[in-house]
Ligand binder design. Structure first.
Ligand code: NCD
Length: 305
């Protein structure tokens, strides 16, 4: 059973194939409008979500399929103490594919070992978020026309920001990507990404606390929210939450073709005035996420137009 728990579960060729499918869906949605008729996607979300859950559900509906949703863990048997393993064994009896978000790192992996249908990791704690990365890759491909030869700045909470971890893993496989890691010292990239991915592959990177200093170098600026729910104490969160706020003024030395990205939700780390800048791509990322999830569902179900 093929599941996607990490972005590294997909080869570069498969990522190319998913991007090609997504672009084909964008060009001709009618061709795909009924191809998942009779198939069911179950969304199991044990953590808050707006975009990811609704994007999976919209994706399945736009393929002509149906959706079973478990949006609130408190109303499921998890609240009675049921294990993830038992819950997914049960849901495998009803659905053809499962998208799962969980606050515990590794829970979707455990789910994939127990499910008899494909499981997609829709975010596990502060670890990985491979389908946000699919949205990000399609956005980069469409905005920049390439996935290599890029200087990519990641700014904010690089420690707990799971979308950052998955996107760095993905981009590490393309030619000449240089990483600029911008964060407070306390929120630096964890070593399983920095050592095991960036350093192990001898990729170029710089680490800094100063966003404005590196701004002119960047082709992409990937802003992130400080992940309040993963902090051990509120005091640290309050101290770090306003570390980086992107304003129109701070963009004055940026490249004219910079792509400003953010997985959303935004709190205050990008000023609303930046939304009018044509370089702001974060709402395009939302739309691209739906198309890439459509492509991924088709691939894992083995459905072809
Ligand atoms: C991200 C997440 O859930 O990790 N959101 C998303 O899925 N688009 C980012 C975040 O919550 O900050």
């Amino acid at each position: 059973m093929r599941s996607v728990i990490s972005i590294l579960d997909l080869s570069v060729e498969e990522l190319d194939e998913l991007i090609a499918t997504a672009n084909d869906i964008i060009a001709d949605p009618e061709k795909y409008a009924h191809i998942c008729q009779g198939k069911k996607l179950a969304t199991m979300f044990f953590e808050p979500s707006t975009r990811t859950r609704l994007s999976f559900e919209a994706a399945m509906y736009e393929l002509g399929g149906n959706v079973l949703t478990m949006a609130d863990a408190q109303s499921s048997s998890a609240a009675k103490g049921e294990s993830v393993a038992d819950t997914v064994k049960t849901i495998s009896c009803y659905a053809d594919i499962i998208a799962m978000r969980h606050p515990k790192e590794g829970a979707p992996y455990v789910a994939s070992l127990n499910a008899s249908v494909p499981v997609i990791n829709a975010g596990d704690g502060g670890h990985n978020h491979p389908t946000q990365t699919l949205a990000d890759l399609l956005t980069i491909q469409r905005e920049k026309g390439r996935l290599g030869e890029l200087t990519v700045g990641f700014c904010g909470d690089l420690k707990f920001g799971r979308t950052v971890h998955s996107l760095i893993q993905a981009l590490s496989r393309y030619q000449n990507v240089k990483f600029v890691l911008i964060s407070p010292v306390e929120l630096k990239l964890p070593s399983y990404v920095k050592k095991d991915i960036i350093q192990a592959n001898r990729l170029q990177y710089v680490q800094t606390t100063d966003l404005e200093k590196v701004m002119p170098d960047l082709d992409i600026l990937y802003m992130t929210r400080v992940q309040r729910e993963r902090f051990f104490n509120e005091e640290d969160y309050l101290r770090l939450k306003d570390s980086y706020i992107l304003t129109v003024d701070k963009l004055k030395n940026a490249k004219p073709d910079l792509a400003i990205m953010h997985p959303l939700p935004r709190v205050n780390e990008i000023s609303v005035a930046v939304d009018k800048d044509p370089r702001a791509c974060y709402f395009k990322q939302v739309l691209n996420g739906k198309y890439m999830r459509m492509a991924l569902i088709l691939k894992l179900l083995g459905v072809k137009p």
